[in-house]
Design a protein around this ligand. Structure first.
Ligand code: COA
Length: 289
């Protein structure tokens, strides 16, 4: 691990501890802090308590899961492997499935320039615009459908008899966000700590979405997804680049993301990100299989 990467990991820990507090109540449970969304938006996760020298135990995991079940939120955990290396074995022995996601930071000199997109343009969502509630709702629907169909699913479907690929029609059938969730997202965007952008075509509407959340001078690009019907046109790459650039214009000097898999990591490395470590994203084994 290079010396500057050690500093990066210290900043990442502070960031991961700070960023959910914008929209969540924090509960300390053993060696973990559990973030519970207080505004009807997407649920958060538990992560190791900032500055705690001890690795959380299997009993801590059990206690957090019990609390998550009581609250009716997903039994989700996240941490950085390089910072809490022993938690991986503890989590697996406690019955969690752990996704090892490439953790990447932007080399700002390598960030690709803005390029025109075929048949579409990037738009940042303005929380003061009357259409914000509808736009953020559609954008979250795109995210839901996108994450429901991993990158390699399009190729698998094309090679088999399965022909249905989610597109604008399926997007428009997703129920809108609740008024509470829209209100929370409006507030978070208006504060400048969250920004969202979409790729939009005049004929088909919003086809790709993504966000960047910032705490101090660190920002994370997250939730980048493209409708399966609109993939391989460069939308996600350009959207990621635009979000990273805007985050830097807004004061971030460290931009990170965790890639869902190696395909996504390849895409992000072409945009200008490099892998520095591994983000661990865990949930009970029975749920994911
Ligand atoms: C991963 C994901 C966001 C990529 O979206 P996308 O809009 O298809 O991404 P891009 O078009 O920018 O790049 C995808 C590929 O198409 C290629 N491509 C880009 N423009 C192209 C074009 N005009 N013609 C052909 N191929 C093109 C890219 O080089 C890239 O190739 P690779 O698979 O070899 O890396 C999308 O598959 C998705 O939503 N997946 C599910 C959610 C998810 O995993 N999100 C990432 C979380 S980290």
């Amino acid at each position: 691990m290079a010396l500057e990467d050690t500093d990066v990991f210290t900043r990442l820990e502070r960031f991961y501890d700070a960023v959910p507090r914008d929209a969540a109540v924090a509960e300390d449970i053993g060696g973990f802090v559990l973030f519970v969304n207080d505004g009807g938006g997407w649920p958060f996760y538990a992560r190791p308590r900032l500055g705690s020298a001890e690795t959380p135990s299997a009993a801590d995991i059990t206690a957090v899961r019990q609390r998550q079940r009581d609250l009716g939120v997903p039994e989700a955990f996240e941490w950085v492997h390089e910072t809490t290396p022993d938690l991986l074995a503890v989590a697996r022995s406690a019955g969690l499935d752990v996704l090892l996601a490439p953790l990447m930071v932007l080399e700002s000199a390598a960030l690709v320039p803005d390029l025109p997109l075929p048949g579409a343009a990037i738009r940042f969502l303005d929380p003061a615009a009357p259409s914000f509630g509808a736009d953020i709702s559609v954008s979250r629907a795109v995210g839901r459908l996108g994450f429901g169909a991993p990158a390699n699913a399009t190729a698998l479907q094309a090679g088999s008899l399965v022909v249905e690929v989610a597109g604008p029609q399926q997007r428009d059938a997703v129920p809108p966000l609740s008024a509470d969730a829209v209100a929370q997202l409006t507030r978070r965007h208006a504060s400048g700590r969250l920004l969202s952008a979409v790729v939009e075509s005049p004929e088909e509407g919003i086809l790709a979405c993504g966000s960047a959340q910032r705490a101090g001078t660190v920002a994370e690009v997250a939730g980048v997804a493209t409708l399966p019907s609109a993939r391989r046109r460069g939308y996600a790459s350009q959207l990621t680049a635009s979000l990273a650039r805007r985050a830097m214009q807004n004061g971030a000097d460290l931009v990170l993301l965790s890639a869902g898999d190696d395909d996504a990591a390849r895409l992000y490395s072409r945009v200008g990100f490099r892998r520095v470590g591994t983000a661990c994203i865990a949930e009970p084994a029975a749920v994911s299989r």
